[in-house]
Design a protein around this ligand. Structure first.
Ligand SMILES: Nc1ncnc2c1ncn2[C@@H]1O[C@H](COP(=O)(O)OP(=O)(O)OP(=O)(O)O)[C@@H](O)[C@H]1O
Ligand SMILES: [Mg+2]
Length: 249
């Protein structure tokens, strides 16, 4: 279980995260959604140790993870991808995954052999491209390579920051199938951020909705999409209450 409790993070006058709490089971895929600036990437940055929260805590399987420490996050079993690609562009596809695999062996020797890079490359459909420099791959394949590379850290929880951004419909559908297969194969919990709500609805059994740094709703998609707070954030308005309607008339 990944347990996020009462996380706060300010950037000067901006409260990017306010008392953010949620949990994710190892067998769950959660969609983390919300408008631009809601705090989604900031949360992933905090959970992966890339940013220091002002307060709050994170625990994996009941063990508290040290804050502001990406290595501690990897050791605890957390891996992430970035909203904008951070592949090693000059290195081949295989090398990108092997680097992460070696790091996993170094940081988590108890994991034994970790996840074989060749298997991850195959699961992401990149075997035929494994000798090519990452920067030469089509964009959709670069996004898949980022997932293969983070899976080489043998995570218990994988955080995906907008993996479908910039992909066309066919690429998005393929990405969704790959993510489902990877989860089935490796049994990790996944928190996925995306603005493509049909992609999120295809993948996730539970949604966490953020707005202005706060979690405003969480639950299965059917309850989320009938929640007036969520409708207000996405549509910008709620249907008038009966009292308001009476006033208008
Ligand atoms: N390094 C930073 N310095 C200052 N402000 C920041 C920094 N990073 C994020 N913010 C601010 O924190 C808030 C949350 O930003 P964040 O990037 O987490 O939102 P997001 O939900 O990921 O949005 P998007 O959907 O556009 O990616 C925004 O107001 C943003 O401007
Ligand atoms: Mg973001």
């Amino acid at each position: 279980m990944l347990e996020v409790s009462g996380i706060n993070k300010r950037f000067g006058g901006v409260a990017a995260l306010s008392e953010v709490s949620f949990s994710c089971n190892r067998d769950e895929m959660i969609g983390l959604i919300g408008p631009n600036g809601a705090g989604k990437s900031t949360l992933v940055n905090v959970l992966s140790g890339f940013l220091c929260a002002d307060s709050g805590s994170l625990a994996v399987n009941g063990r508290v993870v040290a804050r502001c420490d990406p290595i501690a996050a990897v050791r605890a079993g957390i891996a992430r991808t970035f909203q904008t690609s951070r592949l090693f562009g000059d290195m081949t596809v295989r090398q990108n995954v092997e680097v992460a695999h070696s790091r996993c062996m170094e940081l988590r020797p108890a994991e034994g052999v970790g996840v074989d890079p060749e298997i991850l490359i195959d699961e992401c459909g990149l075997t035929a491209l494994s000798g090519l420099p990452a920067a030469t791959l089509a964009y959709g394949n670069q996004r898949l390579l980022e997932i293969a590379r983070s899976m080489a850290l043998a995570p218990a929880f994988l955080l995906l920051d907008e993996p479908a951004a910039g992909l066309n419909d066919a690429e998005t559908a393929l990405l969704a199938r790959r993510i489902i297969a990877i989860r089935e194969q490796h049994g990790c919990g996944i928190v996925v951020i995306d603005h493509d709500l049909s992609f999120i609805n295809t993948l996730c059994e539970r949604l966490v909705v953020m707005d202005h740094g706060r979690v405003i709703a969480s639950g299965p998609p059917e309850t989320i999409w009938s929640d007036p707070r969520v409708i207000e954030v996405y549509v910008g308005q709620t249907p008038p209450t009966e009292t308001q309607q009476a006033t208008i008339q």
